[in-house]
Design a protein around this ligand. Structure first.
Ligand SMILES: Cc1cc2nc3c(=O)[nH]c(=O)nc-3n(C[C@H](O)[C@H](O)[C@H](O)COP(=O)(O)OP(=O)(O)OC[C@H]3O[C@@H](n4cnc5c(N)ncnc54)[C@H](O)[C@@H]3O)c2cc1C
Length: 385
């Protein structure tokens, strides 16, 4: 039986970042257990790769203020690329209430220390995204350091660096039981043997609720399907374009390869482990898309290249970070509600801080604790795409 100092369950971008940050803190006797034959088969490999600091709460903004510069220096520090491209996020407002919302968020972002965000007039929006229909556009907001990363590359970078420093990544290994005694967690059973440790981290993405259930913890993280549609090569949108978000419908797009990637949050989607791509979604996203981006009418879409993945939703759309007080040694890094890639660096830092020192100065971790659900002290993030 192996007895590492820390067991991380789940080898996606979050588990990999936690492992890397633990090694930064001097903790290298760490094992990642991943049930798949390779990493990235969960939500990390399905992500749109967007990174942004344009959020509505200080905690989300602080997570981005650590994470985005981290992605910028990723290759320098880890020796592997993250694919970070600072092309920005443009929020396009067509109603006064959107402008008021962006203005309120802007003030919070600036107060938190973000220097690269600005509010825009309608003409500025037309300048940044000349391809969109702008007859009803009132203004918007733009942050030049927002942009995209390659989630698979960043995950691999974290994992390779952690492995170089001694972290063991054990694949084809599914955790099937979590054990504890009066002092806290003691270890796990898997299809590949048992592992003992007084510190176990749940980094199981959309499956985190099931995993927490094995430890007797009722974690409110629900899987919610999200679908993405890439176009075939298409030159009507510049490959330097930012992520453009139409606030009137939630439709958003960004350049991807030689085409663009189309997304929309279907309000009719219901929770569940649905991983099939529903072809009916193509018409839904194109209807919203052509309305804001008329040239999309000329783009071609191949349904076989579209895909579905899972968001891991919490009731307040903030992650759950830190130790479960009633079960010492059981740490959670779950429920990113669509922001797990962009916030993976900060999550790794916070978890490594909490595991090795019991505290962190990066965020107010108490606000994102598991216990907030029982006490009803939820902190709602509304800037969710
Ligand atoms: C379509 C789509 C678009 C998205 N766009 C963005 C975006 O633009 N920006 C952004 O920041 N985020 C985005 N996200 C969200 C982001 O992808 C996730 O928040 C992030 O990947 C979560 O990473 P993770 O490591 O926690 O989970 P995962 O990548 O899902 O990894 C969890 C791992 O745990 C393993 N596992 C589960 N149970 C067990 C077990 N019992 N034993 C062993 N292993 C287990 C799984 O196999 C999996 O590999 C998007 C998601 C989707 C689906």
């Amino acid at each position: 039986m192996q007895s590492p100092d820390v067991i991380i369950i789940g080898g996606g971008i979050v588990g990999s970042s936690i492992a890397y940050h633990l090694t930064e803190a001097g903790c290298t006797n760490v094992v990642i257990l991943e049930r798949e034959s390779h990493q990235g088969k969960g939500s990390t490999g399905k992500s749109m790769g967007g990174v942004r600091a344009q959020f509505s709460t200080s905690e989300s903004i602080k997570m981005s203020l650590y994470s985005i510069p981290f992605f910028d220096r990723f290759e320098e520090v880890l020796g592997h690329p993250s694919g970070y491209r600072a092309q920005g996020y443009l929020f396009v407002a067509t109603k006064q209430k959107h402008l008021d919302y962006l203005c309120q968020n802007y003030q919070r972002q600036v107060a938190a220390g973000l220097k690269t965000v600005r509010l825009l007039k309608a003409d500025d929006v037309a300048h940044i995204a000349p391809e969109i229909r702008n007859d009803d556009v009132l203004g918007g907001s733009f942050c030049s350091t927002d942009g995209f990363v390659d989630p698979h590359m960043a995950m691999t970078g974290f994992a390779l660096k952690a492995a170089e420093r001694g972290v063991q990544i054990i694949r084809d290994t599914e955790v099937t039981a979590i054990h504890s005694d009066a002092r806290g967690v003691t270890g796990v059973d898997t299809n590949n043997g048992t592992f003992s440790s007084r510190c176990i981290v749940n980094a199981a993405g959309a499956w985190a609720g099931n995993l927490a259930g094995l430890a007797g913890v009722d974690l409110p993280v629900e899987p919610l399907r999200r679908m993405l549609v890439p176009t075939e090569p298409f030159d009507k949108v510049a490959h330097t374009s930012p992520m453009v978000v139409d606030m009137s419908t939630g439709f958003h797009y960004r350049p991807e390869g030689r085409g663009i990637l189309l997304a929309w949050n279907d309000p009719e989607e219901t929770p569940g482990f649905k991983l099939n791509f529903d072809r009916g979604f193509i018409e839904k996203v194109l209807t919203r898309g052509v309305d804001r981006l008329p040239c999309l009418d000329e783009a071609e879409v191949n349904p076989k290249r579209a895909w579905a993945g899972l968001y891991e939703m919490t009731p307040d759309h903030h992650p759950v970070l830190g130790e479960v007080k009633s079960l010492p040694g059981f740490f959670l890094a779950n429920g990113f509600s669509g922001h797990g890639v962009m916030h993976s660096p900060a999550t790794g830092r916070v978890l490594a801080d909490l595991i090795t020192t019991g505290r962190t100065d990066l965020i107010d971790a108490g606000l994102l604790s598991f216990e907030r659900f029982a006490s009803g002290n939820l902190l709602h993030e509304t800037a969710v795409l």
